[in-house]
Design a protein around this ligand. Sequence first.
Ligand code: NAD
Ligand code: TDX
Length: 331
Amino acid sequence: MKLLVTGGAGFIGANLVHHTLATRPQHEVTVIDALTYAANEASLASVRDKITFVQGSITNTELVDKLISETDLVVHFAAESHNDNSLNDPSPFIQTNLVGTYTILEAVRKHGKKLHHISTDEVYGDLELDDPAKFTDQTPYNPSSPYSSTKAGSDLLVRAWVRSFGIHATISNCYNNYGPYQHVEKMIPRQITNILTGIKPKLYGAGQNVRDWIHVDDHNAAVWAIIEKGTSGATYLIGADGEQNNKAVFELILELMGKPVDWYDHVNDRAGHDMRYAIDATKLRNELGWTPQYTNFRDGLQATIDWYADNEAWWKPLKAAVEANYAKRGQ
Ligand code: NAD
Ligand code: TDX
């Protein structure tokens, strides 16, 4: 099968490329990536001779049309992905997440190809800390930020193209991923690389916000289960029951890195900060037989800390600019 991976030089996309070459070497992989600030070509350096890499935007109609005409399946990761950036400037989020997804859908429709659309649980909004509910594929959409609202819009476009035009597409919504190759703007790599460079971790607000954490490899194994066994038009929620509040994650990172567990700063909170995410992944587990492999968060986090410690050349050139941006916002 020929596979087109959009956003394959980003965090989850690059991990999907590695996962695919390791587990399904019979497939031919092409990556399209605009190489925005969030991409890192070094993430694909070890496999560059095994894939085709095209630098370009998913909003480029001609390029997208050509690449999709030559593929069997599109796995669509490309997005502007950081909530904090979307609060500063929503415009690239509108372009890539909405117009880019529309551009892909039109080419998929024209050429009769398959699509798997990657999305987030943030489309469902947030939950109260004491709410026993978790998100399911029946939960109404209620996004909070420019980022999550554009992801919600992209999901709705995919659903409409399935219903109105009969395209073959599946959607998955996952929560916070962690693992290697994640940009240092995101919470876990930011704190690990802060500690590695002698900076105190920066906790937003009181740190009571809860995120549900999943290892990126478990996410990508679920993506493959959906591609191979999922039903067109269906939405699958991917989750591994990893709820933790931010303060607890900070304390664990500090403990694993040999620092006092209170060695962090409280900084300005995020505007509109979602309180809690939690996913009910029963459908994925029961219908498709997927189970997570990284069930011990402490071990997964230790491996991630080791990866950042061993791969300074990958993240060091990005670090100062990211921290300068955060500093402007008192974060
Ligand atoms: P990322 O920011 O690390 O990578 C995004 C990639 O997309 C980058 O390589 C970037 O260059 C590329 N890109 C951006 N705009 C583009 C454009 N116009 N054309 C082509 N390429 C473009 O993001 P990520 O964390 O790997 O997230 C990937 C996908 O997974 C996103 O759709 C995101 O919404 C979704 N998701 C992420 C998480 C998470 O925890 N990171 C959780 C759930 C869902
Ligand atoms: O320095 C920080 N300190 C801090 O306390 C940063 C960067 C974040 N935080 C908090 C905010 C969140 O409650 O940590 C939590 C996680 O923050 P992010 O890593 O920015 O992730 P989040 O906003 O939860 O979104 C992530 O998961 C869902 C991804 O970035 C999205 O792409 C995905 O859709």
